[in-house]
Design a protein around this ligand. Structure first.
Ligand code: ZN
Length: 410
């Protein structure tokens, strides 16, 4: 049974149902883009539509009103009920005795469709307030229903506890003695610090951190068990305390994965902090004498940050290598680069390919870095204070054994 999508001119928005696709105005840009209606609600006598823009990241999903919909070309969802009836009829003809079973299967497949649909969760938190920042969430996060019913969730920026109102937060702050994340400070340079949090020792903090970060990470899976994870929180210091900027998590027994999840909070994005978090994860790998790689798949923004970090770290090695060598040619293997940067050989190879500087010549692979690329690289090198200084790291790798959460120091 084939299905041909057909578009209709729709007379009124009252005909629209969930699953319809049509042209919708994006709130931010004012541009019209094709979108699917995921949910419809009526508020104050007005219909509102929760839409997902096709080919765009879910963070742009939003509630829109009647005026934002273009009814000239609406595609309706196929009628699942009718399809089910037809399928049942067909199967009855062929397999009279097994009709029941077939219907059951159809019901199951419908259930799984519904399940898939519910994966596309509707954003449930309107605003959060964290320290000085009021932030609009990007994705769904399973905060308690009673919290989500409020226009804003208030978070203590030190322990990340969430409360219903500014008054409640004020009361909490009178009692909360923390002025930094509840772990050991393992790095400090200028105003930047890193704190190491053990998910087993600081379970509540780790859970609150995961709830907060889910608001900005679509792919994140929420685990109830925090014990197998370490969290590295990056902070900026001022007279009031150590303010959270971002973090990454790492599994204690992760093998080669040196990072599970990474987030820079929106007010600090595009300032070089994401790169710093990634650089720090490799600084820890170097300390452990290992090469590392992030857990895949990476988010769209995560991949961009990594690509830029890898390119910079690898070009640094190649360029310095060249200047130290008296000959015009140098020989360096992917493993050499990997050892120097702690970037896994696979990620080194994929970066060289992505930079388009590796080629096959006379039965060998050669890397050719052109002069303008060197110039650009030296020019765009981030400011020195935005690099990790390994001398400021006070950290001894731990050996995690079979019983998770128990560590022995070297
Ligand atoms: Zn607190």
């Amino acid at each position: 049974m084939s299905y041909k999508p057909t578009s209709f001119v729709c007379d009124s928005t009252s005909q629209l149902v969930e699953g319809c696709t049509l042209s919708v105005r994006m709130q931010k840009t004012g541009l019209w883009k094709r979108a699917e209606i995921l949910s419809i609600k009526t508020e104050g006598g007005k219909r509102q539509y929760y839409v997902h823009f096709l080919d765009f990241n879910k963070r742009l999903d939003d509630w829109v009103g009647d005026d934002d919909l273009n009814l000239s070309s609406v595609r309706f969802p196929r009628n699942r009920h009718r399809q089910r009836m037809e399928l049942s009829k067909e199967s009855r003809k062929k397999l009279p005795d097994e009709d029941h079973t077939v219907s059951d299967e159809i019901t199951k497949s419908q259930q799984s469709q519904l399940k898939q649909k519910s994966v596309h969760e509707i954003k449930n938190v309107q605003w959060i307030e964290l320290g000085r920042h009021r932030i609009k969430p990007w994705y769904f996060s399973p905060y308690p229903q009673v919290m989500c019913a409020q226009p804003c969730i208030y978070l203590c920026e030190w322990c990340l506890k969430y409360v219903l109102s500014a008054t409640c937060l004020g009361r909490h702050l009178m009692k909360c003695n923390l002025r930094h994340p509840p772990g050991e400070e393992i790095y400090r340079k200028n105003t930047i610090s890193f704190f190491e949090i053990d998910g087993r020792r600081s379970r509540t903090y780790a859970q609150n951190l995961c709830l907060l970060s889910k608001l900005f990470l679509d792919e994140k899976t929420l685990y109830n068990d925090m014990d197998p994870f370490l969290f590295y929180i990056m902070t900026v210091f001022d007279s009031r305390g150590f303010h959270i900027v971002g973090y990454f998590s790492k599994e204690k027994m992760s093998g080669e994965n040196n990072l599970a999840c990474v987030l820079t909070l929106p007010p600090y994005q595009r300032l070089g902090y994401g790169r710093l978090l990634i650089e720090f994860s490799y600084a820890l790998s170097k300390c452990e004498g290992k090469t590392g790689s992030p857990e895949k798949p990476l988010s769209d923004l995560g991949l961009l940050s990594y690509r830029s970090f890898w390119a910079q770290a690898i070009l640094d090695v190649l360029i310095n290598q060249k200047y130290n060598d008296s000959e015009n040619k140098i020989t360096i293997s992917i493993n050499d680069i990997s050892e120097k940067t702690a970037i896994s050989p696979e990620d080194v190879a994929s970066t060289l390919k992505h930079l388009n500087i590796i080629m096959y010549y006379k039965s060998r692979y050669i890397v050719c870095v052109k002069g303008d690329m060197v110039k650009n690289h030296l020019k765009t090198k981030t400011k020195p204070q935005f690099r990790i200084d390994a001398d400021c790291l006070r950290w001894v790798p731990k050996e995690w054994n079979g019983t998770l959460g128990k560590a022995t120091r070297h």
